[in-house]
Design a protein around this ligand. Structure first.
Ligand code: NAP
Length: 246
């Protein structure tokens, strides 16, 4: 990867986003570690990157806000002269069965997971188009591909991410910008820590690799797609799920 690429990773203070931020920094990127509520965690992630010789800064923004996302991207471009890599990783769950799902839980998940990705992609791609270079990586989910009982809102948002990715890939391919999605299976983070032991056991039975993945497994794939050399891969959904969705 060319050194000094400017990379924005949303929701990068914790979990998968943090692993991606660290991996991109190790590859020589200047990384903007976006967070919403977890300021200390984001600052800690930046410290860890710097301690390893990388470059990073923390940036607060609720990506679900159209205005806030625009302000964040504009501030990054003003300070760093552009944005080369965008990783739309920020995401939440509000799991419950359809019959019990409130309108609020549906809207909140869609606005964070799907509209958040739209917001950042719209504003970042404007600058990528000018530069005729860009890498957009969207974190979808196995739930967006296969569906999952209790996750109608989340699955819809993650399937939406796939449609967004493919449309954006078609629109921007002529400008040397790629857009791809990663569909993780079950990964060990705060998001899956809330699952009970019996659910974890049941899930593991259906994973051919017989284990949950690590955030670093997703980070490796993100770094691969973010690389200058991945220039002919676009509009793809790459499952990183221990074989779960095959
Ligand atoms: P996590 O540990 O719960 O972290 C979620 C991250 O999203 C946090 O950094 C959080 O930041 C950020 N975030 C939430 N709402 C935000 C908002 N409005 N604006 C900006 N950032 C926001 O989850 P994770 O497991 O690392 O998940 C990361 C991504 O992978 C998500 O898109 C998730 O859907 C996807 N994924 C995860 C799994 C899994 O098994 N873990 C599987 C498939 C897909 P703050 O703490 O600052 O709010």
């Amino acid at each position: 990867m060319q050194k000094g690429r400017i990379a924005l990773v949303t929701g990068a203070g914790r979990g998968i986003g943090k692993a991606i931020a660290k991996r991109l920094a190790a590859a020589g990127c200047y990384v903007i570690v976006n967070y919403n509520g977890s300021r200390e965690a984001a600052e800690q992630a930046v410290e860890e990157i710097r301690a390893e010789g990388g470059e990073a800064e923390a940036f607060q923004c609720n990506v679900a806000s159209y205005e806030a996302a625009e302000a964040m991207i504009n501030a990054i471009v003003e300070q760093h002269g552009g944005i080369d890599i965008l990783v739309n990783n920020a995401g939440i769950t509000r799991d419950t069965l359809l019959m019990r799902m409130s309108e609020e839980d549906f809207d909140l998940v869609l606005s964070t997971n799907l509209k958040g990705a739209f917001n950042c992609t719209k504003f970042a791609s404007k600058y990528m188009m000018k530069k005729r270079y860009g890498r957009i990586i969207n974190i979808s989910s196995v739930s967006g591909v296969m569906g999952n009982a209790g996750q109608a809102n989340y699955s819809a948002s993650k399937a939406g991410i796939i449609g967004l990715t493919k449309s954006v890939a078609r629109e921007l391919a002529g400008r040397n910008i790629t857009a791809n999605a990663i569909a993780p299976g079950f990964i060990d983070t705060d998001m899956t820590a809330v699952l009970g032991d019996n659910i974890k056991e049941k899930v593991t039975e259906n994973i051919p690799m017989k284990r949950f993945g690590k955030p670093e497994d997703i980070a490796e794939t993100a770094a691969f797609l973010a690389d200058d050399n991945a220039s002919y891969i676009t509009g793809q959904v790459i499952a990183v799920d221990g074989g779960m969705s095959m």
